[in-house]
Write a new protein. Structure first.
Length: 256
């Protein structure tokens, strides 16, 4: 029996989503915008039915909100990657041209961290149950046209690869590397994958940085993970970005 043959009988009106160029459904999508509390209800049932809920935030039409293409080569799996090594490699790629003095002077937004990879952030204390912050953030996002997606996946990080999401393709074409970092953030920061768009990712955070010093270290991880969060935003320096994420229980990423 396939996962979609075993969908719960009380599932809302919706349809199975088959990737472009594909033949097999990889997730289910509701036909109508989701109401507050609905994501939380399905999150609580995940251990029983194996379906991870996502809020599909670019679902204004009947097209695939995640732009999944079955011909995309998934390349690797989450388990093959170490989060620290992946982030260090990305950091090197986006700062490598800063290693001479002249280039470094043009990248003052990296101060006070500088061009050298600072390493992973230590685990902050959690401010409460992971589920509490996930449910709160889901209700905040469940406005407008957001629909409910259900993905056969072990957790939110796995859901990214299970559907073959390619949102960060312009940064790295191996989604499993992003999923490996997200899984590590699940452990260290109590992160939960709540919302997903064509090129956006939205996480609730149970253990955000609570000091500017810690937030600067987290900013370095975010910059390696998604440089556009710094390069194409109003928080275009490390101090500005760090201040914006201090004591905040959600993180959002967008890749150009």
């Amino acid at each position: 029996m396939t996962w979609y043959d075993a969908l719960p009988p009380d599932i809302p009106e919706g349809r199975l989503m088959i990737p472009y160029n594909g033949a097999t459904p990889v997730y289910w999508l509701s036909s109508r915008p989701v109401a507050a509390g609905e994501w939380s209800r399905w999150r609580a049932r995940h251990q029983r039915n194996g379906l991870w809920p996502l809020l599909a935030l670019d679902a204004e039409s009947d097209d695939d909100p995640f732009g999944v293409d079955a011909e995309y080569d998934r390349i690797t799996t989450v388990e093959q990657h170490d989060s620290g090594a992946v982030l260090a490699e990305w950091w090197q790629e986006v700062t490598d041209d800063n290693l001479d003095e002249e280039a470094a002077a043009d990248r003052g937004y990296l101060d006070p961290i500088g061009v050298r990879w600072p390493g992973l952030t230590s685990d902050p204390d959690r401010q409460g149950p992971v589920e509490h912050f996930a449910d709160q953030y889901a209700d905040l996002l469940a406005t407008g046209q957001a629909r409910l997606a259900l993905v056969p996946a072990t957790d939110g990080a796995h859901a990214l690869t299970a559907i073959g999401w390619t949102g960060p393709l312009n940064h790295d074409n191996d989604t499993a590397r992003f999923a490996a970092v997200v899984r590590d953030w699940q452990r260290r920061f109590g992160a939960t994958v709540v919302g997903l768009g064509f090129d956006t990712l939205h996480l609730s955070i149970a253990a955000p940085p609570t000091t500017l010093e810690l937030a600067l270290r987290v900013t370095a991880e975010h910059f390696a993970f998604c440089p556009d969060n710094i390069w194409q935003s109003n928080t275009d320096t490390f101090p500005k970005y760090a201040e914006a994420i201090t004591d905040v229980n959600c993180w959002s990423f967008w890749w150009d």
